[in-house]
Design a protein around this ligand. Sequence first.
Ligand code: FES
Length: 597
Amino acid sequence: MKHHIDFEPIGRRVDVDDDTTILDAARAGGVELMSVCGGVGTCYECKVRVAKGNVTPVTDIEQDALTADDLAQGFRLGCQCAPIGDVKIDIPAESLSTPQRLQVEGQGAEVELDPVAKIFDVEIPPPSLHDLRSDASRLIESIQCDHAAISLVLLSDLSSTLRRLNWRARVIARGDEVIAILPQDQSVLGLAVDIGTTKVAGYLVDLQTGETRAKAGVMNPQIGYGEDVISRIHYANTHKHGRETLQEKIVEGLNQLVDDLCSLANCSRDQIVESVIVGNTVIHHLFAGLPVEQLGEAPYVPAISEALEFRAKEIGLRLAPGAYVFLPPNIAGYVGADHVSMALASGIGETAQTVIGLDIGTNTEISLAHQGRVICCSCPSGPAFEGAHIQDGMRAAPGAIERVQIRGGVIQVHTIADQAAVGMCGSGILDAIAELINVGALDSRGGMKMDHPLTRQREKSKEVVLVDAQHSGHGRDVVITRKDINEIQLAKGAIRAGVEILLKVAGIGSGELDRFIVAGAFGTYLDLESAIRAGMFLDLPRDRFRQIGNAAGSGARRMLVSKNQRAAASDLARRMEYVELTVHPDFEKVFVKGMMF
Ligand code: FES
């Protein structure tokens, strides 16, 4: 007999026969449910909630894996139960493999709508022999704003546009300037973008409803000119037109992103009248065409810290002809508007609690809120968590190992999209290290114990095979080497040192932290226990941690739909106290300690 299984929040329906487990149904329907153990019931990663309908009775494995509270709430292991009749299954974010989670990452903009762009639906009296006012005058009078001006870019098409629209138009004004004229049935959109050193996330938002109409990501095309901001500064400074090239590349990337977003939302770029772009200070400067030389040498001063706005057209960003770009304020050379945006979205600036908020990327920015102060720093965590500098490292793409468990001496892996392993992404590397520590294959300095059955010496390399050549997707072993572990030690040591120094500056101990907020794509997909086991995060009670997705993107969306949020971001940026880690007297000691396991 066939049953319907509705998977939420993905919204996919799969029809299955009796005895088909929820995990098998998910696989058949292309739903990326986690299953590190392959469905034998040892990893407990396939946790789902039965929201409606009935499934087969709880098994002994589920009795061990789930608490009484979990069971009372309807949680089950997907590999252990099958539907009895039609069911609705809720998949928690942590049980989804990476590609699905990418689509839902970050919270929406839950703020009162008060966009900079004001919208007027008007019916304009057409000219006649008795009414010879210009087209521009009659448009301005129709929105009852005597001081308004029409930007030159609109004037060239104004007369034909008004006649084509039969004198019924949706007029968009920004302050005293008319910036777009649309048909009345077209929605008015804004673009929010978080430009990361490696990845770019974009959101198309309806400025009248606040609804996010489309989300999409592209790689930052500047990556071909240097994988971190230091090498991009170097490129800009040492090549003729280097800075211009880097600006062109990122603008090209954003134009591509806008194309993708428009086709997802079935709209045109002429409907996008406003944009908010966040990024670290170097990315911000390169995007706006500002000099970056001074960011490459101490004391790393930005050309501008204040918020900045200009016409999108000025830099070649193709939106509505009169659209504007807003860049929120930076704090310092290595703490940029993206961190301000993250702090805004996560509420760090307003909380009365003691909170750490960190956004893990090629550069990791950290803020500590304590008794009204917000102290922040930046640590060069490098691209290792993006898979760079790791022998078999890769980005979070199909075939990347994203979860690793060692049970009974056997290594089990889960790959993105359940494809044969071809490498490992950041969360997989971190899991592998945590598990190798757990089984005693690594010492506290990250050295491999060569008498452990999982380690081997291959020419000069000490390594552990995660997936052998027979089972990998490219016919070679997928391994983690001693050198890979060292790369992760440098990255996690820098992050841990940043947290410890901020606590020292505030004069508090880790026990006083009420919350530990982890933002960013990698920060959201990493396994918390692995990050704690590897010593990257403090060993706090687990309910103090929050993994909140792309908070910089959420903050950008807030500023897109609310003038108040822009003002709040400027206020927050003024209040944030920057700490330069490298000059702190304890930094080196804390960093070296932070590299240990
Ligand atoms: S316990 Fe269900 S897939 Fe591992």
